[in-house]
Write a protein that binds this ligand. Structure first.
Ligand SMILES: Cc1cc2nc3c(=O)[nH]c(=O)nc-3n(C[C@H](O)[C@H](O)[C@H](O)COP(=O)(O)OP(=O)(O)OC[C@H]3O[C@@H](n4cnc5c(N)ncnc54)[C@H](O)[C@@H]3O)c2cc1C
Length: 482
């Protein structure tokens, strides 16, 4: 079977790896991967500068989602998996230019510990009272999707949206709490509201169950593992290890697919001025690119894919000599709520989050800018963005810790245009319609961050699953699912 893969980000590479494995096991599978850009890996990109690992895109993945670590182990990178330094984990929210630590006991935006919630400077008295009253919230099942902001506002009030939901969602994925779907992004909270009414009671019950489960089983699933896992040499290590396992003759970098056609018994892909015939097609480009390629085949599918919103973001990495800055506050970094009116969304103290990737005496800051509310920043020059980050860090951390005029040893800007899908209100229904259209097009699979999980592990899972299904079932079997 001949399979085309369009898109050489982590989803497309994971699909290619799975097909390569099938080939090695004797399956009659051929594949060609088309990637528009000269380099493979999509958003995964890192480099080592002066001995410090700088992540341009993702810096790690969630440990509780196993697909990424599993793939790393299969590729022989098990020894390079690096847990986040959770002993030092502490995250701050910027409140009127001051850093306020997230209160202890916060789970999925829900406060579960009375004393830290009562004492935190993050919220005013009114919000704290709303949080206490949430315990009396009656079970509600409205059945409709709503935004994360609407769900959080209903339970805890607007201040919790502004100081908690908004910075957490925009600081992590450049998302907008007022647009993101509660049903898709926070399904557990929606279930808890239906069952318990109070999110706090729901979260406490879940916590109790987890503790009982951990006690009864000799080993928890993650064995008390860290929240995040990185690679010692950066995410580029994963890309390089994948590419090393693939047949170079089947990888067509700098070759955008310009058109896709459904033929009588397969697919035709036009790229680099020539058309090639395949039995099946794994579409692993972003949904908006997939939408325009698939629109001539199925206009409805094309428009559903094209309607999935994406956000753009910028990362700015700065290396400093620690002797030139003051003592940083404990922890991994801070998140900046939109109401603070700054350009930065977040800043990670990378040398603290993952130990052993920065030479002693150096500090690495990874600032995150852009997101749904500040797309215009992408048009600014590197110099402007670096100066903005330095100025805002000085204002937030204070002159004793960080002065804007102190030159970094190295500064690096990366722009990610329309790279992160946003699961907007109604995403689940949209996905149901997409599933129906895909099922009617034999041999087609979709993989990538727009469908069933935005993180690296989800993209790997979907890419591998698509490849496995096609290799096993044969392209002529109608596709049942993504
Ligand atoms: C700045 C940033 C930080 C992030 N941080 C994290 C994190 O810490 N942890 C985490 O788990 N996730 C994180 N993410 C999310 C995660 O990195 C992405 O969701 C994931 O890498 C997307 O992979 P993908 O293969 O679906 O898409 P992409 O990486 O976007 O790859 C799609 C590829 O398709 C190619 N393409 C498009 N059109 C065509 C065409 N016509 N022909 C050929 N090729 C085409 C593109 O050039 C691209 O290379 C982050 C993302 C960004 C941008």
């Amino acid at each position: 079977m001949r399979i085309a893969i369009i898109g050489g980000g982590i989803a497309g590479l994971a699909a290619a790896f799975e097909l390569e494995k099938a080939r090695a096991a004797g399956a009659a599978v051929e594949y060609t991967l088309y990637e528009e850009r000269p380099r493979l890996g999509g958003s995964l990109a890192s480099e080592t500068v002066n001995g410090a690992v700088l992540e341009r895109g993702p810096d790690s993945f969630l440990t509780e989602k196993p697909a990424a670590a599993e793939l790393c182990r299969e590729l022989g990178l098990g020894g390079d998996l690096l847990p986040s330094n959770d002993a030092a984990r502490k995250t701050y929210i910027v409140v009127r230019n001051r850093l306020v630590a997230l209160p202890d006991g916060l789970m999925f935006l829900v406060p579960t510990k009375l004393v830290p919630t009562a004492l935190t400077r993050l919220f005013g008295l009114r919000t704290k009272m709303r949080m206490a009253l949430d315990l009396l919230h009656p079970p509600t099942a409205n059945g409709h999707d709503e935004s994360v902001a609407a769900l959080v506002e209903r339970h805890f009030g607007q201040e919790a949206v502004d100081r908690l939901a908004d910075p957490l969602l925009s600081g992590i994925y450049g998302g907008d709490a007022a647009q993101l779907s509660a049903q898709t992004v926070l399904p557990r909270l929606v279930e808890m509201e239906t069952k318990y009414g109070s999110l706090t009671r729901g979260m406490l019950a879940a916590h109790k169950k987890m503790r009982a489960h951990a006690k009864s089983s000799s080993k928890t699933q993650n064995g008390g593992a860290a929240i995040f896992t990185a690679l010692r040499g950066g995410m580029q290590q994963l890309v390089d290890a994948l590419v090393a396992r693939l047949d170079p003759a089947r990888l067509r970098a700098a070759t955008p697919a310009s058109a896709v056609r459904k033929t009588e018994d397969g697919w035709s892909v036009e790229a680099g001025g020539a058309a090639q015939e395949f039995d099946a097609l794994i579409m692993a480009a972003s949904a908006w690119a997939a939408g325009s390629l698939l629109a001539p085949v199925d206009p409805m599918l094309g428009s559903e894919l094209g309607a999935i919103p994406y956000s753009s973001s910028i990362t700015v990495n700065l290396i400093y000599d620690e002797s030139k800055i003051g003592a940083l506050p404990e922890g991994f970094g801070f998140l900046v709520p939109a109401i603070e009116g700054r350009s930065m969304l977040a800043c990670t103290f990378s040398h603290r989050k993952f130990l052993g990737r920065t030479p002693p005496g150096k500090a690495v800051f990874r600032a995150f800018l852009g997101g749904m509310k500040r797309e215009a920043l992408l048009a600014e020059s590197d110099g402007f963005l670096i100066a903005t980050v330095r100025r805002e860090m000085a204002a937030i951390l204070g002159a004793k810790t960080f002065r804007a005029e102190v030159e970094p040893e190295h500064a690096q800007v990366s722009r990610w245009r329309r790279a992160m899908a946003q699961y907007a209100v109604g995403h689940r229904e949209r996905m149901e319609r997409i599933h129906v259209s895909v099922a009617a097009l034999p041999g087609l699979r979709l993989a990538g961050n727009a469908y069933d999980g935005i993180g690296v592990p989800d993209c790997i899972r979907l890419g591998r699953q698509a490849a496995r299904e096609l290799a096993a079932a044969g392209a002529k079997t109608p596709a049942s699912t993504l």
